[in-house]
Design a protein around this ligand. Structure first.
Ligand SMILES: Cc1ncc(COP(=O)(O)O)c(C=O)c1O
Length: 445
């Protein structure tokens, strides 16, 4: 077997990284190259990337500008701690840029290497904040059921524990998520009225003096790209503020144009106490996470906090700054809104299929929720779990498009540089695939 084929590398991968792919060597792709919204596998086959790596390659693949910035920064100074008496210029400039685009109350930044770390640190800091203010009893956190905040122990705590790793912790209290399609969750009541009432009742039951913060994904991503009604977050955050409960906006997915603005907090008129960032911050060219803090929170914490070894990494900061410059120069926030609208228009007719329950999105975070039964809204994947793998593989094989299933939905989250023509090709690929699913057998024919 020659060493330059997909099959060769898949067999070596199975020995060291993954288990063998269940459907044969072609079910795993060895990716070798990318340009804008196109990626190539080791056999030279091209695919349109409707996944953006992990919803994060905002400026597209293969950007020479970023290569140059990274190489120059590595050549001058790649890394030095920002602990003790040290700092560096790329970190200062990135911090200023992140804060300049953020809601007006945001003043400081803490840097790390991933969203999980930033969420984990946020969980520590909300508790430390209340401790410093003489309210050490405020330790519990409110979260949305089914939300995701990373894979550390802190993230698992926020997700209500993880089987085999940690029990459901007493510190996390799950609230009903804002999911407009699933009206059955609200028993006939208006969604926001229901959720605000539930929040107020929960605070009354648990006691505001025991609650540190609420963490919320502004648009639930891993659950299947679920934007809430426009009044949901403003009304929820008003209740939190009235009770001295901090609000942590998890914008790991929604920021940097993914949902059409620098921060989705701006669209909802929110001033979160903390904003968690990662993914699109550096378009995936380097691993980077960040936690933005309001002036009030930063003052209370006094910022005498220990950074990690990689906090303030010069190359990561320089590349993130340059990626943000590209987003600005190429007007990618507007592109995200326009292409997102185009997806919704072109996918719209799919709502007539028996297996399509909901088509929704905000910017280039689009979800097509699949159901086995439109009356009960039961997920198609409950009846046919194998389709979670088969749908993306079919779209890839037949149409040369990379898309994924998240929650109960086909998620479309391409680079923000995707062209109108590519959007049409992706929408056509998804439409063809979903049309060919037999709702009784789950076969794609
Ligand atoms: C909303 C949200 N928060 C946090 C994370 C964790 O980020 P990371 O994978 O960079 O650790 C993710 C990852 O998907 C996410 O979607």
């Amino acid at each position: 077997m020659t060493t330059d084929t997909n099959a060769h590398w898949v067999s070596r991968d199975a020995g060291i990284v993954h288990r063998p792919p269940d459907g044969g060597a072609t079910d795993r792709l060895v990716l070798v190259r990318g340009k804008q919204s196109t990626i190539w596998d080791a056999d030279g086959r091209a695919y349109i990337d409707a996944h953006a790596g992990a919803w994060l390659t905002q400026v597209g693949h293969g950007r020479e500008e970023l290569v140059k910035v990274a190489a120059e920064q590595m050549g001058s100074l790649a890394h030095f701690t920002i602990a003790m008496d040290f700092t560096n210029i790329p970190t200062i400039e990135l911090g200023e840029k992140l804060v300049r685009h953020a809601p007006a109350n945001i003043a400081k930044v803490r840097l790390s290497s991933s969203g999980s770390e930033a969420d984990d640190e946020a969980l520590q800091l909300v508790r430390l904040y209340h401790h410093r203010r003489g309210q050490p009893g405020r330790t519990k956190v409110l979260v949305l059921r089914g939300s995701y905040h990373g894979r550390t122990y802190g993230g698992a705590e926020l997700a209500g524990g993880r089987p085999g790793i940690g029990e459901s912790p007493k510190g996390a209290i799950a609230l009903t998520p804002p999911w407009p399609y699933h009206t059955e969750l609200y028993g006939g009541e208006d969604l926001t009225d229901f959720c605000v009432r539930e929040l107020e009742e929960t605070i009354a039951r648990v006691g505001a003096d025991n609650i540190a913060a609420m963490f919320g994904e502004l648009v639930m991503g891993p659950a299947g790209m679920v934007p809430p009604p426009d009044d949901y977050w403003p009304r929820m955050v008003a209740v939190l503020k009235a009770h001295g409960i901090l609000f942590v906006a998890d914008e790991v997915v929604t920021a940097f144009g993914r949902c059409g603005n620098w921060y989705t907090s701006l669209d909802y008129g929110l001033e979160p106490d903390m904003i968690v960032l990662a993914k699109g911050i550096a378009s995936g060219y380097v691993p980077l996470g960040a936690l933005l803090l309001s002036a009030e929170v930063a003052d209370t914490l006094d910022m005498g906090l220990h950074p990690g070894s990689y906090s303030g990494h010069l190359v990561a900061a320089a590349v993130a700054s340059a990626s943000m410059d590209i987003i600005e120069k190429e007007n990618l926030l507007e592109a995200s809104r326009l292409r997102g609208r185009q997806f919704l228009d072109e996918l719209g007719p799919l709502i007539n299929l028996p297996i399509v329950g909901d088509i929704r999105g905000r910017g280039l975070a689009v979800g097509v929720e699949l159901v086995a039964d439109k009356a009960t809204k039961r997920s198609l994947f409950e009846d046919f779990p194998g389709l979670k793998q088969e749908i993306p593989r079919f779209i890839r094989r037949e149409h040369g498009v990379i898309a994924a299933i998240h929650g109960g939905a086909v998620a479309l989250t391409p680079p923000l540089v995707i062209t109108p023509d590519e959007v049409t090709r992706v929408a056509a690929a998804v439409s063809d695939t979903l049309t060919r699913i037999n709702p009784r057998t789950g076969a794609i024919d």
